[in-house]
Design a protein around this ligand. Structure first.
Ligand code: 13P
Length: 252
């Protein structure tokens, strides 16, 4: 009932020509994929070029961040209407690197999420605990706070366009991952929280992803979990063959 989604977060990698080259190498490798949605999230300067490369394919493009205002005196910021005009359909919101290095908090994440919905972009809301929080047994409580604060004021009608990525901070770029059953437990908890907020039917439509050191070797175990509907992939999305192998993984 939920189409699995595999999203590539290229982070601050790839110039425009490099991004075009990666997209052109990837597209034929995933051209026959019909049962999974693929989203590429290049850095801002490469968005339009990657969107042009993906036109006519089943691969969609997303941005890695947005500002909550549509326009204004916000030097360096990029708005939802700008992303739409560049060819984006998705936007990552609240990535832990934005929270850690750029001072984003749940209040700004909430404003960004609202702006994305308002513009018709599908937000990929990222949340997850740090290692210290996990060791204190705070994983679920922390994730629930991030979820509720991000979604404050968001109406049930919007929720089917929401994607949530559970990304434990300690698993990002480290080669360490939770075992799939642990990730499933947190993701199932998030779905129950969404059901409490919006009802079981809308919550059942939200795609919940796992992110953090996903590889072609470990993706099958995550995808086999009943509540995990895909992945948000960092490092392993920077090579066409590796990312294609993740997109086309067999469920184990
Ligand atoms: P890695 O796959 O490099 O661990 O990054 C995960 C991530 O942050 C995706 O948003």
């Amino acid at each position: 009932m939920r189409t699995p989604l595999i999203a590539a977060n290229w982070k601050m990698h790839k110039t425009i020509p490099e991004a075009e080259a990666l997209a052109s190498e990837l597209l034929p490798l995933v051209a026959d994929v019909e049962d999974r949605e693929v989203v590429l999230c290049p850095p801002f300067p490469a968005l339009a070029a990657v969107a042009a490369a993906c036109r006519g394919s089943r691969v969609a493009v997303g941005a890695q961040d947005l500002h909550w205002e549509a326009q204004g005196a916000y030097t360096g910021a990029v708005s939802a209407p700008m992303l739409l005009a560049a060819g984006c359909r998705y936007v990552i919101v609240g990535h832990s690197e934005r929270r850690r290095y750029f001072g984003e908090d749940d209040a700004t994440v909430n404003k960004k999420l609202a702006a994305a919905f308002q513009a018709g972009l599908k937000p990929i809301l990222c949340l997850g605990e740090t290692l210290a929080q996990r060791e204190l047994g705070l994983t679920e409580a922390l994730c629930e706070i991030q979820l509720r604060q991000a979604l404050a004021g968001v109406e049930a009608g919007r929720i089917e366009n929401l994607v949530v990525a559970y990304e434990p901070v300690w698993a990002i770029g480290t080669g360490r991952t939770p075992v799939p059953e642990e990730a499933q437990a947190v993701v199932a908890f998030l779905r129950r929280a969404l059901a409490g907020m919006y009802g079981p039917e809308p919550a059942g439509r939200v795609r919940l992803l796992y992110g953090g050191s996903v590889t072609p070797e470990n993706i099958g175990g995550f995808m086999a979990q009943p509540d995990i509907d895909g992945a948000l992939v960092g490092g392993a999305s920077l090579k066409a063959e590796t990312f294609a192998a993740i997109v086309k993984c067999r469920i184990q």
